[in-house]
Write a new protein. Structure first.
Length: 116
């Protein structure tokens, strides 16, 4: 199975930028549908972006960009024009289905804090 390690989180002022990285090991990311999710305090985990669909949550469309580097087996999330409401723990996700059974793998998360 794949192991995921996120990095790149931190504290930034509103309007700033951060780039998150998700380094995968054990299996190549091309075998999975890769994405990013986030969870703010007191809220449920929510979808942020996905590679295969090139899809984004409405709240981040036009500000965040997901990308991958197959040679490094790494997925990135470039976050620009950050807002206080982007404050959350960000999680990398690897999803696949095998014989109709879904499998999801998660990293430990990286904290992003945006101050106004």
């Amino acid at each position: 199975q794949v192991q995921l390690v996120e990095s790149g989180g931190g504290s930034v002022q509103a309007g700033g930028s951060l780039r998150l990285s998700c380094a995968a090991s054990g299996r190549t990311i091309s075998q999975y549908a890769m994405g990013w999710f986030r969870q703010a305090p007191g809220k449920e985990r929510e979808f942020v972006a996905a590679i295969r669909l090139n899809g984004y949550a409405d709240s981040v469309e036009g500000r965040f960009t997901i990308s991958r580097d197959n040679a490094k087996n790494t997925v990135y999330l470039q976050m620009n024009s950050l807002k206080p409401e982007d404050t959350a723990v960000y999680y990398c996700n690897a999803h696949r289905q095998r014989l109709g059974v879904p499998y999801d793998y998660w990293g430990q998360g990286t904290q992003v804090t945006v101050s106004s």
